[in-house]
Design a protein around this ligand. Structure first.
Ligand code: HSE
Length: 310
């Protein structure tokens, strides 16, 4: 019935914990076919995470879709076939589970439209975003995944506050070690309370990172992309993480941060992408971890929504 193509994202961008994210040019595609498998769910996944993702109703896309149908006051689906093609590595810090959450919300809203004889692709994206942020608990992956580009996002009592910030083109190198560091563990590592000086340190730098990306002020980006809210607590838990960050800077990256909750490390650069990628990889190898790296553009476009015959 519907196909959604959703980009990878990198959240936080150093000091913008839970509030800033970028869409990256690496994509997961999900198709919902209503007619096939009407009495059960079949989820066929290929690409990244193959063999690890549940092929049935335990799949995150199905779970979110069913919960969202209930939220919309709609009957749950009894079955469907979902086809997923994944380019985004799982548990990497590149928002792969956010692509599944967003797909589940989009599918639920599309089904509701279809049942009420409306075009299933004609969705209220503000409503979709509010719901995806509510389900995920923070918007810095789902908002750029939906809207594309560089997004500042804050949950608010009256809906999500979000702003797409124009930015100059910039490339990223993301190195992901083969280390199990799921977001819930990475969030559990953070303190409940912070010192006022750490909050001030981050508020100012988050604004400066946004402005540096907007204006292309690389010197400012270099100086501002530092954090005291999450990286000091998370990086030491990732073997080779601190060393990979230092190695990327040494190899010529402008600025380097933990990508989302990690374990991936993201470097912003103007040249020498493979040199930076190899430097990060070597640091993880020295910590006895396999790793892979990707050289990625920021994606100006977010989720593509297309109609399938049935
Ligand atoms: N802002 C979130 C975190 C992103 O750092 O926990 C998770 O991808």
């Amino acid at each position: 019935m519907i196909r959604v193509r959703i980009p990878a994202t990198t959240a936080n961008l150093g000091p913008g914990f839970d509030c800033m994210g970028l869409a990256l040019d690496l994509w997961n595609t999900f198709e919902l076919h209503l007619k096939d498998g009407a009495d059960r769910f079949l989820v066929h996944s290929d690409g990244e995470g193959i063999g690890q993702l549940p092929p049935d109703e335990r799949n995150l896309v199905v779970q979110v879709m069913q919960e969202e149908l209930a939220h919309l006051g709609e009957e749950p689906l009894r079955g469907a076939r979902i086809v997923a093609h994944n380019e985004v590595p799982a548990i990497s810090g590149l928002g792969s589970s956010s692509t599944a959450t967003l797909a589940g919300v989009l599918f639920a809203h599309a089904i509701a439209k279809h049942r009420h004889h409306h075009d299933p692709t004609d969705l209220d994206l503000h409503f979709v975003l509010d719901r995806a942020v509510a389900i995920e608990g923070h918007g810095d992956n789902v908002a750029p995944a939906l809207l594309g580009g560089f997004v500042v996002v804050m949950p608010d009592e009256s809906g999500v506050l979000t702003q797409r910030v124009p930015h100059v083109p910039i490339k990223t190198v993301v190195c992901v070690p083969d280390f199990h560091f799921p977001t819930h563990a990475a969030r559990a590592a953070l303190p409940e309370l912070y010192k006022k000086s750490d909050a001030i340190y981050n508020i100012g730098r988050a604004m400066l990172v946004a402005e540096a990306l907007r204006s292309g002020d690389d010197v400012m980006l270099q100086r501002a992309m530092n954090d005291r809210i999450h990286e000091p607590y998370r990086l030491p838990l990732i073997p080779g993480g601190k060393e990979a960050k230092a190695a990327a800077l040494e190899a010529g990256a402008l600025a380097v941060a933990l990508s989302g909750a990690g374990p991936g490390i993201i470097a912003f650069a103007r040249s020498g992408y493979d040199r930076i990628g190899r430097a990060m990889k070597n640091a993880f190898t020295a910590a006895e971890l396999e790793s892979r790296y990707w050289v990625l553009d920021v994606s100006p476009s977010g989720t593509h929504i297309g109609r399938l015959p049935v």
